[in-house]
Design a protein around this ligand. Structure first.
Ligand SMILES: Cc1cc2nc3c(=O)[nH]c(=O)nc-3n(C[C@H](O)[C@H](O)[C@H](O)COP(=O)(O)OP(=O)(O)OC[C@H]3O[C@@H](n4cnc5c(N)ncnc54)[C@H](O)[C@@H]3O)c2cc1C
Ligand SMILES: NC(=O)c1ccc[n+]([C@@H]2O[C@H](COP(=O)([O-])OP(=O)(O)OC[C@H]3O[C@@H](n4cnc5c(N)ncnc54)[C@H](OP(=O)(O)O)[C@@H]3O)[C@@H](O)[C@H]2O)c1
Length: 249
């Protein structure tokens, strides 16, 4: 079911990357889930999924999006301004949530969140809830982008570092230029080479790690394979494991 939302705020991170706050009657959701945004063009509905960046409990949803060259919907989303209307699904969905991560003995001590590009969004939503901090000793956010200017929500991430100095480890990865403090290789390579574990100071292991991976499908396949090599397994409802993924395309 579609409801009409109203854009109440827009933030441009760079000339392609932007966030929209949309006031809409969206049912209660779980951090990590996504809604769809939609426009009708020539009597045809164009609908695309967008992860919610803000934690549950507000009367708006915030999304982080990139305007894909020659994309059908995203360039139009980029042209929206406060006051403009956009259709939103009333119900959010998606299984890349902390509910889906095994509890108890199977959980392990460390939560690893691996994102490329806009896929940092659902992880920001999770990190702004209490759950990861109550369930895990260490929480690692790995955020890979092409250029430093593509790193969104750095203020929020900094606030999290200040709030959870012992628990939170942030690893930016910038692949197409040097950026102080960031790794320069892609996420799968950082896993395979051991560079990521070295940088974070903890090991990726079947016993101690839960890994959520989101974003570019090529990155997800390669990162998953790298983790399988380390002995981790896919997390499925019937057979709990350590790797939970959501592909954006
Ligand atoms: C579960 C889920 C959640 C998603 N959440 C987000 C989100 O929070 N923010 C967001 O920007 N997109 C998100 N997407 C992707 C989004 O649904 C659209 O595919 C995207 O906005 C492009 O739509 P389009 O109509 O402009 O392009 P299309 O004409 O549909 O072109 C699609 C192509 O665009 C590229 N592409 C799509 N999404 C991205 C992306 N995020 N980053 C880089 N390249 C991309 C790929 O090459 C893809 O083949 C999500 C997708 C899924 C399945
Ligand atoms: N100036 C522009 O026109 C411009 C600028 C930015 C974005 N865009 C639009 O945005 C889209 C791309 O968005 P994006 O940069 O956010 O996402 P992206 O292409 O998925 O890149 C994000 C990060 O993921 C890495 N990556 C890509 N493929 C990978 C793989 N197979 N395995 C591991 N890592 C991988 C990239 O590394 P690499 O750097 O090594 O690829 C980069 O660090 C484009 O389709 C384009 O439409 C346009």
């Amino acid at each position: 079911m579609w409801v009409t939302g109203e854009v109440i705020e827009r933030k441009d991170w760079n000339d392609k990357l932007f966030s929209l706050k949309i006031k809409a009657d969206v049912e209660p959701y779980i951090a990590g889930q996504f809604i769809k945004l939609s426009q009708i063009r020539d009597d045809k509905r164009i609908a695309r999924a967008y992860s919610i960046v803000n934690p549950p409990g507000n009367d708006f949803v915030e999304v982080l999006a990139v305007a894909v060259e020659e994309g059908q919907l995203s360039p139009d989303l980029q042209s929206l301004n406060p006051g403009d209307k956009i259709e939103v699904t009333a119900k959010a969905t998606g299984f890349m949530t902390l509910d889906e991560i095994p509890h108890g003995e199977l959980q392990g001590q460390h939560l690893w969140l691996l994102a490329t590009g806009t896929a940092v969004g659902p992880f920001i939503a999770m990190l702004l809830t209490d759950e990861p901090w109550q369930r895990f000793n260490k929480v690692v956010l790995v955020y890979g982008v092409r250029l430093a200017a593509d790193l969104a929500y750095l203020d929020t991430i900094k606030q999290l570092s200040l709030k959870y100095p012992e628990q939170f480890i942030f690893v930016p990865i910038v692949t197409r230029e040097d950026f102080a403090g960031a790794l320069t290789c892609r996420i799968p390579e950082a896993i395979t080479s051991g560079l990521l574990e070295q940088k974070v100071g903890i090991a990726l292991s079947e016993e101690d790690s839960q890994v959520m991976i989101c974003g570019n499908p090529g990155m997800i396949s390669d990162a998953q394979n790298a983790l399988l090599e380390l002995g981790l397994t896919k997390n499925l409802r019937r057979t709990p494991g350590q790797i939970t993924v959501e592909k954006y395309w």
